[in-house]
Every structure is written in structure tokens, then in C-alpha cells.
Design a protein around this ligand. Structure first.
Ligand code: BJW
Ligand code: ZN
Length: 260
């Protein structure tokens, strides 16, 4: 395993693991051409989070916020999953109990073929009316709306918002429950491409660690919680993950051959 950016320990733990939990953030989609939130050139470098990702900002400036999401929805739908997303599909096929928890709203994990996906912050493909709750799955995708007028509900005229979780809003209760249960069961946890500054998502790897999991992050730089984890693997997830998954699955195969 010489020359790899990850330890033999991580490879062996992953090779032996029956229960794995993964948390992903915007960094895993960076190599698909989707800007992150907090990196230079990221979404937040043009707008501060509190300007756009909260309900007060939306009510004060719905056309701006809707326009921002419309643009991101277009970018996400045109993007393709990258080798990082794909490596997680390969890993899931080999692990008995595998949960992929994502903060991303871009749908790329599902499009790559991941099955047990928990979306903590919603999904940009869905929208709903803030007054009558009517669902607007295709909103903004078919026709080109007037960018100067906020999109409104056909039934009641209410404002239409993306089905995502903004600051100060509760995460979906079932997603939280599944995420933390999986974190408590896991023997290995990977935290990938997240700055780990947004809670409660950042608590997922910490909960896994508290409950005895070996926790490694994969990031181009150490995250806010790096000091509390077992290992930081520095590198781009689209490069590191395929190597790590390959190494772990090879080690698993030779372990199984020795046992039989
Ligand atoms: C690469 C790479 C490559 C680049 N390979 N890596 C405890 C303490 C303090 C505050 C709180 C707390 N608990 C709750 C709060 C309040 C708040 C919060 O966390 N605030 C902090 C910022 C201080 N949390 C909330 O409000 C949450 N709700 C909640 O807790 O409700 C209960 C409550 C209510 C009221 C008061 C208190 C409690 C909701 C949080 C919702 C977050 N929503 C957003 C927008 C979603 C919709 C959308 O997409 O527009 O979620 S904000 C944004 O940040 C988005 C992301 O999912 C999230 C995380 O960002 P992420 O994914 O980590 O991206 P980046 O850009 O930050 O990092 C990218 C990383 O990738 C970097 O590290 C790069 O280095 C790396 N990278 N290229 C690998 N190729
Ligand atoms: Zn309505």
C-alpha cells in the first residue's frame, strides 16, 4: 500500500467492515463541475449563506433565491456522477450494512446508482408551495420562467420554494433518525468532501467515532472536525475513493481466501 494517501489501517478496517456509514458534502460533486459552498469560487463566495439559504431571505427576495436555485438545478441536472460517486456504489455492493448520508441536494449519488441514500438537506429537484404545500416536481425545468417574477402556485398563488433545508430549519426527522442510527452501528465511517461546519450533519462522523467506529475523512484539506477523527486522507475524492475501495476490496478478497 506504499504511496497511497491512506493508511493500511483504514484499508484493513474497511476490508473487515460489515457496517459502514458515509457522510458526503459538496466536495464529492466538485469534480462533476458543481461548485462547493465555501471554497474560493464556491457558491458562497458570491453570496453569503445567510443572504440566500434561509426563509427570511427567501420571503424578502423570492425571485433572487428562486433564480439561484433554478441555475443550480440546471447545473446539477447537466452534471454527471464522477469516479468518487461511482466508487461508493461499488463499495455498497460489498458491504452488508451500508448507509450513504449526504448533505448534497444534487441527486448525483442516486444517479450514480447508490441505493441506501439518506438526504439530510433535501433535494433540489423538488419544490413546493409554502402556503398549500402543493408539490412542484418539474418547476422551472420545462419552461423558462420570467426571471424577474417570483414563481407562484397555480392553485393558491403562494410562493414556490425548493424542497431543501435552510439555516434555522429542522432536518427531516426520518433522515436524522436513519443517519444517527447508522452512525451508531458503523465500524467504519468515511466523511467525504465536507467542511463539517454545518450541524447536525457534522455530528454524524463524531457520533460514529463516539460509538467506536474508525473514522476517516477524505478532503483536499483538513475539515473543521479533523482533529476529532482517526485519519485525514488528503486528496480529491474522485481520485482517492476509487483507490481506497479497490485496495479494501482486494484485501477483503484475500482475507476470505485465507479463511476458506
Ligand atoms: C473536496 C474536493 C474534492 C473540495 N474532493 N473534497 C450547533 C452548533 C452551532 C450551530 C448550530 C448547531 N446546530 C445547529 C446549528 C445552526 C445551523 C448551523 O450548523 N450553523 C453553523 C454554520 C454555525 N444549522 C442549522 O440551522 C440546521 N438546522 C437545525 O439545526 O435545526 C434545528 C435548529 C434550528 C434553529 C436553531 C438551532 C437549531 C440546518 C442546516 C441547513 C444547511 N443548509 C445548506 C443549504 C441546503 C440547500 C442548498 O443546497 O442550497 O446545506 S447550507 C450548505 O452547507 C448546504 C450544505 O449541505 C452544507 C454543508 O456544506 P458542505 O457540503 O460541507 O460544503 P462546503 O462548501 O462547506 O465544503 C466543501 C468541502 O469539500 C471543503 O472542505 C473542501 O475542502 C472539500 N473539497 N473539492 C474532496 N475534489
Ligand atoms: Zn399553493
Amino acid at each position: 500500500m506504499q504511496g497511497e494517501p491512506f493508511s493500511d489501517e483504514l484499508t484493513k478496517r474497511l476490508a473487515r467492515a460489515r457496517s459502514v456509514v458515509v457522510l458526503t458534502g459538496a466536495g464529492i460533486s466538485a469534480e462533476s463541475g458543481i461548485a462547493t459552498f465555501r471554497d474560493a469560487g464556491g457558491i458562497w463566495s458570491k453570496f453569503r449563506p445567510e443572504e440566500l439559504a434561509n426563509v427570511e431571505a427567501f420571503l424578502a427576495n423570492p425571485d433572487l433565491v428562486q433564480g439561484w436555485y433554478r441555475e443550480r438545478k440546471r447545473i446539477a441536472s447537466e452534471a454527471q456522477p464522477n469516479p468518487g460517486h461511482e466508487a461508493l456504489v461499488t463499495l455498497e455492493a460489498e458491504i452488508e450494512d451500508f448507509t450513504l448520508i449526504t448533505q448534497n441536494v444534487d441527486n448525483l449519488h442516486r444517479r450514480a446508482g447508490s441505493r441506501n441514500v439518506v438526504e439530510l438537506h433535501g433535494n433540489i429537484a423538488r419544490s413546493y408551495c409554502i402556503d398549500c404545500n402543493a408539490s412542484y416536481e418539474e418547476q422551472g425545468e420545462q419552461s423558462e420562467p420570467d426571471l424577474n417574477a417570483a414563481a407562484r402556485c397555480e392553485d393558491c398563488g403562494g410562493l414556490i420554494r425548493p424542497d431543501v433545508v435552510w439555516f434555522g430549519e429542522l432536518l427531516p426527522a426520518d433522515a436524522i433518525e436513519q443517519a444517527f442510527q447508522a452512525a451508531r452501528r458503523a465500524s467504519v465511517c468515511l466523511s467525504i468532501g465536507t467542511s463539517a461546519v454545518v450541524y447536525p450533519a457534522a455530528d454524524v462522523p463524531l457520533a460514529a467515532r463516539t460509538n467506536g467506529a474508525y473514522v476517516a475523512e477524505i478532503n483536499v484539506e483538513p475539515s473543521a472536525i479533523a482533529a476529532m477523527l482517526n485519519e485525514t486522507v488528503l486528496g480529491r475524492s474522485g481520485k482517492v475513493l476509487p483507490c481506497l475501495v479497490d485496495a479494501a476490496l482486494q484485501a477483503r478478497q484475500s482475507m476470505n481466501q485465507q479463511a476458506s
